[in-house]
Design a protein around this ligand. Structure first.
Ligand code: HEC
Length: 154
């Protein structure tokens, strides 16, 4: 009898422990998702090719912002931006079948910016930022705070 009660209590503990485990599993999945979004926002150690490229894209945009404001954009879009199609992401689930068409839109907007008349370069610049924004709304909202500050006030 004592043994049976003991077994029952043991079973109860196992049951409770399992339940708790289940709960913490969901929590850690949520946490992993959050971490991945946070990583996407500021990822100084981000070693993925795509994260590295994104930092270069951010640098590129910052470097041409003044020229777009002044309407003195010239030359051609830098070649390195084309690697957006092949750069490997941190997490392959970040990138789905729509990624390439979103990348197309972004690159088309950058090319357009390089070939605009001076007076419409600000608008064309903001179109580029809107492509950063829409892609990030879809894949990783982390950097949106930074991206939204890039728009040129009109
Ligand atoms: C086609 C979709 C797409 C476009 C367009 C895009 N991004 Fe990203 N961006 C991503 C994805 C996906 C990641 C996550 C990359 C990874 O972690 O491997 C990312 C990551 C980032 C990061 C974090 C990099 C790091 O250190 O981990 C920044 C900052 C960023 N993007 C800024 C920008 C800016 C600025 C633009 C526009 C000039 C832009 N992105 C355009 C999809 C996009």
């Amino acid at each position: 009898m004592v043994n049976k009660i003991f077994a029952l209590i043991l079973l109860l503990f196992v049951f409770i422990a399992c339940n708790q485990n289940n709960n913490s599993d969901t929590v850690s999945t949520d946490q992993a998702k959050k971490d991945s979004l946070a990583n996407c926002s500021i990822n100084p150690n981000g070693q993925s090719e795509l994260a590295e490229l994104m930092r270069q894209m951010q640098g590129h945009i910052n470097s041409i912002r003044d020229a777009a404001i002044a309407g003195t954009m010239s030359g051609d879009m830098p070649e390195f931006l084309n690697t957006i199609y092949t750069a490997k992401p941190t997490d392959s689930t970040m990138v789905d079948s729509e990624f390439d068409s979103r990348a197309d839109e972004y690159l088309a907007a950058v090319k357009d910016l390089y070939h605009r008349y001076p007076e419409s370069q600000k608008i064309a610049f903001n179109t580029v930022i809107s492509k950063c924004q829409s892609c990030h709304e879809h894949y990783c909202p982390g950097p949106l705070v930074v991206i939204k500050k890039m728009y040129i006030p009109l």
